[in-house]
Design a protein around this ligand. Structure first.
Ligand SMILES: Nc1ncnc2c1ncn2[C@@H]1O[C@H](COP(=O)(O)OP(=O)(O)OP(=O)(O)O)[C@@H](O)[C@H]1O
Ligand SMILES: [Mg+2]
Length: 363
């Protein structure tokens, strides 16, 4: 599961990446500082994990992780190969969701490739490039399916009819994610891996004093995207990157409080990215290890088991499941059992967020 950080050059993408990830990206005040994507993993902060830790007292605790990719800046003409555009767009295609960074801070010392601060315009520049690339992809697919459709292939006829509509919709300047889909059109579109069909989160990169409540730029962005079914997050990337360099938790907390925050903005970002990817968590809780595992919403018990090891999925027999709330309420697996709240589930069981699971399998 990968989230890609996207935006114009020099808007703070690598700075954001640095406050998110244990890996360090080079960040500097000039456009195209980043060429090769930086890849890092981030732990998903989850207070439930701390509560389980207190009850179980395991040797170690492992949080869930999401992969974050810091991608090079896009410029006008990227869809036609401008500024290594094709390569950068290919990097975006490989991700499952997009974090779009918009510059919402004023600072004369930091170069803006368009010369002025205008996050709504910036967003449109990127949107247009991604849309043009998608239109390319759509047209190619229509071309390919047309012959077979004419020859009477039902599936290709369907593809052509869905994509013709999507194409006109996007030619009006819309993103594919705004297109209304149903069970029939969704798989056709989703199959194309379109850039503007990926779920998106806008990060307004603001100055220190706007970290808590945002500013006029943020308001404009919110107004602009209100019909887009997208999330908007306010974050002061530079100061957060500086704070994340501090040694101790206490030091970091002092500085955060000065900004009016009770936790780093990146924690919110990570949680939202996790939702954006349609992910959820289940736990395993033993004395050796308490651990959060990442799965897609709607996965069955054997699929969830497969995340731990493929043998768990192949040889799946059953799962013993405790709802997170019950685990906390009764305090241990033993007490949950005594209260009759441990359920034994088979292959069809759909895992719920927070389930504490134990798998039985044979190989
Ligand atoms: N909120 C902020 N306030 C002030 N300066 C910032 C802020 N965020 C980032 N910067 C500064 O902006 C400059 C560009 O940042 P960064 O290198 O992260 O941009 P980028 O989007 O990764 O650029 P590129 O596309 O060239 O890789 C850096 O000098 C960084 O310190
Ligand atoms: Mg960069």
């Amino acid at each position: 599961m990968k989230c890609g950080i996207v935006g114009l050059p020099n808007v703070g993408k690598s700075t954001l990446f640095n406050c998110l990830s244990n890996a360090k990206a080079q960040s500097a005040n000039y456009p195209f500082c980043t060429i090769e994507p930086n890849v890092g993993t981030v732990s998903v902060p989850d207070p439930r994990l701390n509560k389980l830790e207190k009850l179980v007292v395991p040797e170690r605790v492992l949080p869930a992780v999401v992969e974050i990719v810091d991608i090079a800046g896009l410029v006008k003409g990227a869809s036609k190969g401008e500024g290594l555009g094709n390569q950068f767009l290919a990097n975006i295609r490989e991700t499952n969701a997009i974090i779009h960074v918009l510059r919402c801070f004023q600072n004369e010392n930091i170069t803006h490739v368009e010369g002025t601060i205008d996050p709504v315009r910036d967003k449109e520049i990127i949107d247009i490039e991604l849309q043009l690339k998608d239109l390319d992809t759509i047209e190619k697919k229509i071309e390919k399916s047309k012959k077979a459709a004419k020859a009477g292939n039902k599936e290709d006829q369907l593809i052509v009819s869905v994509l013709d509509k999507l194409k006109s919709f996007m030619e009006e300047g819309n993103n594919a994610r705004e297109f209304e889909t149903d069970e029939i059109s969704f798989p056709v579109i989703s199959d194309l891996q379109l850039l503007t069909f990926k779920p998106i989160l806008y990060v307004c990169n603001v100055d220190e004093k706007s970290a808590k409540s945002g500013n006029e730029y943020v308001e404009k962005v919110k107004e602009k995207v209100k019909n887009e079914n997208a999330q908007v997050l306010v974050l002061a990337a530079q100061i957060e990157a500086d704070i994340s360099e501090l040694e101790t938790y206490e030091e970091r907390q002092v500085f955060l409080e000065e900004l009016g925050l009770d936790e780093p903005g990146v924690n919110r970002l990570i949680r939202q990215a996790y939702q954006l990817l349609n992910l959820q968590t289940y736990f395993t809780a033993g004395v050796k290890e308490v651990r959060a595992w990442t799965i897609q919403k709607g996965w069955t018990a054997p699929q969830a088991a497969g995340v731990i090891h493929s043998d768990f999925e192949k040889g799946f027999i059953r799962a013993e499941v405790i709802a997170y709330e019950d685990f906390i309420k009764y305090g241990s697996e033993q007490k949950v059992k005594e209260a009759g709240k441990l359920s034994v589930e088979g292959k069809e069981y759909i895992v719920k967020d927070g389930d504490v699971m134990h798998f039985r399998f044979n190989v």
